[in-house]
Design a protein around this ligand. Structure first.
Ligand SMILES: Cc1ncc(COP(=O)(O)O)c(C=O)c1O
Length: 403
């Protein structure tokens, strides 16, 4: 099983390629939660995520013949970029298989680090099948995204940095996809400071770790559904499952709306951009998914910042909805002059700002003498939404809240 010495060795191998990322006290989240929250800002890592650590360590341990033959892997995300940069930095040829419909931004980023991208397969599993074919055909080494001890050891160097920069840490919170990241971090932490708690977090729609721990054996989910694409994994690895079972104190889950709220908080309050998986550990703290004491020193590891702009737009809107800052309503008015003006007077009184308004007299949903109005609004928070809706209803409007 993975040991501390593997992680200490990894640290020497990754030192030149991977950054020692910052760890910063957060006044905002400490005040909100009553804990002493310090953020491990791994989203500022080269390539935008921690994967460069594991990939660099794996590639550094290849024999000369293996380096000459090159590496291959399958990934639609951060692992692709990590392997691409780690390999090309030391002159090793890298082929990365990505699903055919992988976002262009990810394909281009991976190519820009110098890897050859092969687009094949409808999803990750099919891309992985093709990558294993290439492994056999070209005699390349397959760099697994998580179930590999060198990869886990590389990710574990984050644990060393946390202990070094924050020796008073009491709890570390880490996202789990396939489990390589938390296996490395938990190994470093439990061997050096066994009293520090390690909490794993998954998305509700991809919670194979919680299911596997409950059952006492690895569970593979039929499907996964979450905005946190970095941790949308069907199952833990064989090795990572054993390590998590032994070294992780607790595994909790967070919902997609909770992830969106944490992501929006990070953007707005901390001026920090993370991807869904990067927001997951902070969501677990903000929504108190595990018990903690007042002033407990908690380090959520924000492990990646690579988010597609379309996804980011959707997540921001969702985060604004969840925090009562965006509202979409539908109501019915008499189809006569002045009816809209009367309605809008209530908006003015409440200072509810309109983003968009759609006035539809052709709707089949309403009487011919009526018109349907859908309005998107900028609001100031849940209380503002409640008093505004209450006033509309007491003025006689039937209001459906659409989002
Ligand atoms: C940003 C981010 N966080 C967390 C994870 C989870 O890592 P692991 O699969 O090793 O559990 C990933 C995996 O790709 C990721 O990209």
């Amino acid at each position: 099983m993975l040991e501390l010495s593997d992680i200490l060795d990894a640290r020497e191998r990754v030192r030149e390629t991977a950054r020692h990322t910052p760890l910063e006290y957060s006044h905002t989240y400490s005040k909100l939660t009553g804990a002493d929250v310090r953020l491990k800002l791994e989203n500022f890592q080269r390539t935008g995520a921690f994967k460069i650590r594991g990939a660099t360590n794996r590639i550094a341990t290849l024999s000369d013949a293996e380096k000459d033959a090159g590496v291959v892997t399958a990934s639609a995300g951060n692992h692709a970029q990590g392997v691409a940069l780690a390999a090309t930095r030391v002159g090793v040829d890298a082929k990365i298989v990505m699903p055919k419909h992988a976002p262009n931004s990810k394909v281009e980023a991976t190519q820009s680090y110098g890897a050859e991208v092969v687009l094949d397969g409808a999803d990750y599993d099919e891309a992985a099948d093709r990558a294993h074919e290439i492994e056999r055909e070209d005699n390349r080494t397959y760099v697994h995204a998580f179930d590999d001890e060198y990869v886990m050891a590389g990710q574990g160097t984050i644990g060393l940095e946390i202990l070094e920069d924050c020796p008073e840490v009491e709890t570390v919170v880490v996202p789990i996809g396939g489990g390589g990241l938390i296996s490395g971090i938990a190994t470093a932490i439990k061997e050096l400071q066994p009293d520090v708690r390690v909490i794993g977090v998954q998305a509700e729609g991809a919670s194979s770790a919680a299911a596997s721990l409950d059952k006492g054996e690895r569970v593979s989910l039929g499907g996964v559904e979450t905005i946190a694409d970095g941790i949308a994994t069907r199952s833990l690895g064989e090795r990572t499952f054993e390590i998590i079972r032994e070294r992780v104190d607790e595994v909790v889950t967070v919902s997609d709306p909770e992830i969106a709220v944490a992501l929006v908080y990070l953007l707005e309050r901390s001026k920090t951009l993370v991807e869904g998986a990067g927001a997951v550990p902070l969501a677990a703290v903000l929504f108190e998914k595990f018990d903690f004491e007042a002033d407990e020193t908690i380090v959520p590891a924000l492990c990646g910042g690579n988010i597609d702009l379309n996804t980011l737009t959707n997540v921001i809107v969702r985060g604004l909805v969840e925090t009562g800052r965006y509202l979409k309503i539908r109501t019915v008015l008499k189809d006569q002059p002045g009816a809209l003006e009367d309605l809008l007077e209530i908006f003015t009184v409440h200072q509810a700002n309109i983003y968009a308004i759609h006035h539809d007299r052709t709707s089949r949903e309403v009487e011919m003498s009526d018109t349907e109005v859908e309005i998107e609004l900028e609001m100031r928070g849940p209380e503002h939404v409640d008093t505004f809706l209450a006033d509309l209803r007491s003025a006689g409007y039937e209001v459906d809240v659409l989002v």
